[in-house]
Design a protein around this ligand. Structure first.
Ligand SMILES: Cc1cc2nc3c(=O)[nH]c(=O)nc-3n(C[C@H](O)[C@H](O)[C@H](O)COP(=O)(O)O)c2cc1C
Length: 225
């Protein structure tokens, strides 16, 4: 008997939807895809035309929306990344009957945020987000814009009221990032936390590791201090 793709295989975790849009912050999306793939999760990926433009601008990666090549993201586990064109409303993720473990819009443009806030579902990204809200499933939006207008802020309130998690691309600095990857890991780690995915991407405040780092830097502890 063939396996129904809308159902996770027996014992397997349901797939996660990752949607990329045209806000700045494409490296966060690439980091999330790599982490979820490394953790063995099935990913349903979709991306807007602006996402492809910004991805190329920020990383040099060329994402063809018509002829998708998973290899552009590096060594993702083969078969775990399922791509859907942003105009394909026949994709499983456009329907509430297709089971998922949640959805992340990363980065989330103000345009897509506004469409989700107002139930405007003119592409697969906003339709899948709408489905996650109506099915009361986890929807995480990772917006990036600065400064924020009243329209942006009200749209964030609106999606929060509807059940989404607004997780802005605002990495903390208290873990003393040294590399750009540390900033990416901070956001990806917090997204994984929201999805209930056990991870060690971040040094957790209050952990022994964080305490050791703080102790290292106390005045007088270093010979050169
Ligand atoms: C290099 C670049 C950076 C951009 N950065 C942002 C951004 O940080 N936030 C945002 O809301 N829009 C940003 N935009 C504009 C969006 O791409 C644009 O509003 C687009 O219509 C969003 O469409 P989408 O939501 O379908 O992806 C950026 C565009 C470019 C080319």
């Amino acid at each position: 008997m063939s396996h129904d793709p809308s159902l996770p295989a027996a014992g397997a975790q349901p797939g996660l939807v990752v949607a990329m849009t045209g806000a700045s912050g494409a490296p966060y999306a690439v980091g999330l895809l790599r982490t979820l793939s490394r953790l063995g999760r099935t990913i349903h990926l979709t991306a807007s035309p602006s996402a492809a433009q910004v991805l190329h601008q920020e990383t040099g990666l060329s994402l063809s929306l018509k002829r998708f090549d998973p290899l552009i993201f590096g060594d993702l586990a083969p078969g775990r990344l399922i791509y859907h064109h942003h105009a394909d409303f026949t994709a499983g993720i456009a329907s509430g009957s297709f089971l998922t473990g949640g959805m992340v819009v990363i980065p989330c443009s103000m345009s897509t945020l506004g469409a989700i806030a107002h139930g405007v579902t003119t592409n697969l990204i906003t339709r899948a987000a709408d489905v996650h809200l109506k099915e009361r499933r986890k929807l995480i939006l990772v917006p990036r814009e600065t400064p924020l207008s009243l329209i942006h802020l009200e749209n964030m309130v609106q999606v929060s009221r509807a059940g989404a998690v607004v997780l802005p691309a605002m990495p903390g600095w208290y873990h003393r990032p040294r590399r750009l990857d540390d900033l990416v890991d901070f956001i990806v780690g917090r997204i994984c936390d929201q999805l209930g995915i056990v991870n060690s991407l971040i040094t957790r405040w209050g952990s022994e590791e964080a305490g050791a780092e703080a102790a290292d830097d106390r005045p007088g502890e270093h010979p050169e201090a």
